[in-house]
Ligand binder design. Structure first.
Ligand code: PLP
Length: 517
């Protein structure tokens, strides 16, 4: 028995298995894959998870979704995904920071950002899925993963795909457009199958170049002919990135029950700092599976398109400027996983989704019907936080509770406080504070968002600045991987143009350099 996958625009006439959905990523026609049915767990099964290692909780969820891989293999892959590569045995511990306010720390992985929760697992399942499809004669190539990053995703993808069989990974980042720590994290990446390029231009230029490379049929034919390699993006709309995220919401509930903080069956709220809507959608799936979650609180920064959508039923980017904030991973206008959420809330109406997505690309807006809007309101509430309020929240929570939030988590904390009812709240914490040292420094020292740092601070490396903060503030220590980064050897120094040709040439050179076996 296995669960099959359909897509949100109704173009998958014969549903496909998990392995194929992971390898395909995006459905043809532009839709996103969703499972034909969402399994449920009993309250007892959920509560019992607290007594398993995290890897086994993850395997339990995957098996409930009937992934088409042998159970024993799922167990092994999960043990590899969630083990000593995390710096906390609990993998993602729940830290009760204030009365009824529980911070789910999703940043104990190798890159200190929550993307690790998905990207330590996806590459293993991607590689295994491809291997199984090869054995079934449905595939005869390996993959080159190409990722354009504004900072965090690139490093998490590099760390996840490094030395994974049947894959190569190349990351494009904007030269001069990422923080000192983010750049060093990427250019010091170890592994035989990895490559990193700085691109002349901004993040948009990187993304546009990557998209053009993906769209160049002649180039992909060449790669297939000369190396038997297909390009893939393994980006955040891949179902294999979403499913690992469902696990930690169920896990956090079981831990709160085991700790005696809540009664089994007692409803909680979850508050998520939202960008592409993947993390909060995972919480919705956890709720569908039977986790007693009442409300999903969607936290936005000044890019408040999702807050306005949840409060009005209209998604409108026709007259919205993209704002740079201290929480850059939430600086987003088109929130791609919302499509899956709406597909589910319309009772899986692919025609409605296709129409709304057409409206969005043609008119830069869409409006959902009354009934779907009522369902959105049944599950979600939302608010947005200004950049100044974000930094004030970091300072307040530090002073009152001795806990240091990163700017993304601070946005969620503040929204949780504003929207709170008489229920415990799990706040998803998506980054370690030390990934955003400059803004944490501003927050603690009363400097406004974007304000200049004092001269003696501005000259410090990211590491030195974090040391300075750690000496004077209370909060989790700087993770070893970030603390030692100044002394790690730099492996990648190439700077390339942002043209399609330049990126294609760089990719070809990398694959030809004896790496493509
Ligand atoms: C990616 C990211 C987010 C947003 O998550 P989505 O799943 O895109 O909503 C929030 N915070 C941090 C630190 C991130 O890296």
């Amino acid at each position: 028995m296995s669960n099959s996958y359909i897509d949100t625009r109704g173009n998958t006439s014969t549903p496909i298995p998990f392995t194929q959905a992971v390898v395909n990523g995006l459905a043809s026609g532009g839709g996103l894959y969703v499972p034909e049915h969402v399994p449920t767990l009993t309250l007892q099964q959920i509560v019992d998870m607290a007594h398993m290692p995290y890897a086994q909780r993850a395997a339990t969820v995957y098996k409930a979704f009937e992934v088409d891989l042998p159970d024993a293999r799922v167990d092994e892959l999960m043990e590899a995904a969630y083990g000593s590569n995390f710096d906390d045995e609990a993998i993602c511990p729940v830290n009760t920071v204030a009365d009824g306010m529980h911070v789910l720390e999703l940043w104990h992985g190798p890159t200190s950002a929550f993307k690790d929760m998905a990207l330590q697992s996806l590459p293993l399942f991607f590689s295994e899925s491809a291997q199984q499809l090869r054995e079934q004669g449905k595939l005869d190539n390996t993959f080159m993963i190409l990722v354009a990053t504004s900072g965090d995703t690139g490093k998490a993808a590099l760390a996840g795909f490094a030395d994974v069989a049947g894959t190569h990974i190349g990351v494009l980042f904007p030269d001069g457009g990422v923080s000192d720590i983010q750049r060093k994290q990427m250019v010091t990446q170890e592994g035989d199958n990895v490559m990193v390029w700085a691109v002349r231009g901004n993040f948009d230029d990187c993304q546009t170049a990557a998209k053009r490379v993906f769209g160049d049929r002649q180039f992909s034919d060449e790669l297939m002919q000369s190396h038997k390699i297909a390009l893939s993006s393994a980006n955040s709309i891949n179902w294999g990135r979403l499913l690992p995220q469902v696990v930690y919401y169920i896990s956090s509930y079981s831990m709160l029950v085991a700790a005696g903080t809540i009664e089994a069956g007692e409803a909680i709220d979850v508050c998520v700092p939202t960008g592409n809507f993947g993390n909060i959608l995972a919480a919705w799936y956890a709720k569908q599976m039977g986790t007693p979650i009442e409300r999903l609180l969607c936290a936005s920064n000044e890019n408040r398109v999702l807050t306005d959508f949840i409060n009005t039923g209209t998604y409108d980017i026709s007259d919205r400027d993209f704002v740079l904030t201290p929480s850059p991973s939430m600086d987003i206008l088109v929130s791609s996983n919302l499509e899956r959420q709406l597909f589910e809330l319309t009772g899986r109406n692919a025609d409605a989704i296709t129409g709304w997505m057409r409206d969005l690309s043609e008119n830069k807006m869409f409006k959902i019907d009354e009934q779907t809007f009522a369902r959105v309101r049944d599950h979600f509430a939302s608010d947005s936080v200004s950049s100044a309020e974000c930094l004030q929240t970091i300072k307040r929570v530090h002073d009152e509770h001795g806990y240091l939030l990163d700017p993304h988590t601070a946005v969620a904390w503040e929204v949780a406080q504003r929207l709170r009812e008489d229920r415990h709240v799990v706040v998803a914490s998506t980054a370690h504070w030390a990934k955003f040292g400059a803004d944490v420094y501003r927050a603690l020292n009363g400097i406004e968002p974007g304000g200049e740092l004092p001269a003696e601070v501005a000259d410090l490396t990211g590491c030195e600045l974090n040391e300075l903060i750690a000496r004077t503030a209370q909060g989790a220590p700087v993770p070893a991987g970030l603390a030692q980064i100044d002394s790690k050897p730099v492996r990648f120094t190439r700077v390339i143009d942002n043209s399609t040709a330049a990126v294609e040439e760089a990719v070809s050179e990398f694959l030809a350099a004896g790496n493509a076996q």
